[in-house]
Design a protein around this ligand. Structure first.
Ligand code: PGA
Ligand code: ZN
Length: 428
């Protein structure tokens, strides 16, 4: 049973404070967990409690969240069985009592929820993926490797936030990561040759000052070929424009960073349709803004049989929004971020709903991360076959990839690496 719950303020990969929770059990087991933080956050995400005290960290301190763990949450967890994850998460939700977890803070609550899971796994002497996913958990995810950063994640002229490699045609996770890393290096050489910056953005992808968004796709195809790989069949492309970050009040889209002008929802979908024909794109996330439900339904009807349409800000890992999306056929896949909803149990409920609908899901990091590799184990536990965790660069991104390498090695011949994108897409 739980004998000790503690928390502290640490830094995330952007140098902003975040919460780390430590839990100890009667048998001497100790476990900790650290909470990530987004920049292009969805409007309906669970609330990250910040101190708003301007004298410390520009108001971004998390001392109140830390105090909530130590003073409010710890006393109610004493003596509880950490294997009762659902019961403990329910208790945390009730203790907070607000719909957005704003009283105790979703950062405080998620830290505890993740640390409880890790402590229980260790008490059972199980790796976290096997504890959360059971003995059948053996599918490694296809990584979405973010190699060009724009939008709110970089100070360049790209409106679109993420241009990712999808090495789905590799025989194993290990080889997929190699395809991704080799293409990343080839891309660096391509950028250098053109006199473009090879400095990186928040998720470790390059942040070149390209004059238009489409140029990023062309550069990626060039890099895949330069790495000696086949665009489409071996390495495809995924996009996360994160369109909520350039949506306008009137429901349109303003490509302000690139100077690309104003576009309607229909014009955005037409643009993606053109790109899908020109480049080996297999997945499109948040191609429209978080309130553009009708636009999403139109987009999914038009493009959903050719690419995976993923909702991130649209759903914020919340079953209420995902249920609406299923009814309205708004997308055909969901991005899963534990800190958007605030507990491990609710994260798993969101995935269960996707499964029921026959939808795909992608387990994801945040742009502000820590060295905690919880989501690597979570992706294998849930077995959806996809993870999004940044470039093969920056320690907080590589921590997840390295953990997946470890898991694949541990599973040995039982490990499965299978493309969720069906027959390999070939380059147009
Ligand atoms: P965020 O970005 O963590 O800054 O929200 C990630 C995403 O939009 O998928
Ligand atoms: Zn996103």
């Amino acid at each position: 049973c739980i004998t000790h719950v503690d928390a502290m303020e640490i830094l995330d990969s952007r140098g902003n404070p975040t919460v780390r929770v430590q839990i100890a059990l009667e048998d001497g087991t100790t476990a900790d967990a650290s909470v990530p933080s987004g920049a292009s956050t969805g409007e309906h995400e669970a609330v990250e409690l910040r101190d708003t005290e301007p004298a410390r960290y520009g108001g971004k301190g998390v001392q109140r969240a830390v105090a909530n763990v130590v003073e409010t949450i710890a006393p109610v967890l004493m003596g509880r069985d950490p294997a009762q994850q659902a019961e403990i998460d329910r208790l945390l939700i009730d203790l907070d009592g607000t719909p957005g977890k704003s009283r105790l803070g979703a950062n405080a609550i998620l830290g505890v929820s993740m640390a409880v899971a890790r402590a229980a796994a260790q008490a059972f002497r199980l790796p976290l993926y096997a504890y959360l996913g059971g003995p059948g958990a053996r599918r490694l995810p296809v990584p979405m490797i973010n190699v060009i950063n724009g939008g709110k994640h970089a100070d360049n002229a790209l409106d679109f936030q993420e241009f990712m490699l999808v090495p789905h045609g590799a025989p194993s996770f290990r080889e997929a990561l190699r395809y991704g890393a080799e293409t990343y290096h080839a891309l660096k050489a391509v950028l250098k040759r053109r006199g473009l910056s090879t400095a990186v953005g928040d998720e470790g992808g390059f942040a070149p000052d390209l004059s238009d968004n489409e140029a990023a796709c062309a550069l990626i195809v060039e890099a895949i070929e330069a790495a000696g790989l086949k665009p489409g069949a071996q390495v495809a492309i995924a996009l996360d424009p994160a369109a909520s970050s350039f949506g306008t009040a009137s429901g349109g889209y303003d490509l302000a960073k690139s100077g690309g002008g104003h576009k309607s929802s229909q014009e955005m979908t037409a643009l993606y349709q053109h790109w899908i024909t020109a480049y080996p794109i297999v997945s499109l996330e948040d191609g429209l803004g978080e309130n553009d439900w009708a636009g999403f339904a139109t987009q999914t009807a038009a493009l959903g049989d050719r690419v995976q349409i993923v909702g991130d800000d649209l759903y914020v890992t919340n079953t209420a929004f995902i249920a609406r999306g299923i009814t309205e056929r708004a997308t055909n896949a969901v991005l899963i971020k534990p800190n958007q909803i605030g507990t491990v149990t609710e994260t798993m409920e969101a995935v269960a709903l996707c499964r029921e609908a026959g939808w795909r899901f992608v387990v994801s990091h945040r742009s502000g991360e820590t060295e905690d590799s919880f989501i690597a184990d979570l992706a294998v536990a849930l077995g959806g076959g996809q993870i999004k965790t940044g470039a093969p660069c920056r320690g907080e991104r590589v921590a997840k990839y390295n953990r997946l390498l470890e898991i694949e090695r541990e599973l040995g011949p039982d490990a499965v690496y299978a493309s969720p994108f069906g027959a390999s897409r070939t380059a147009p």
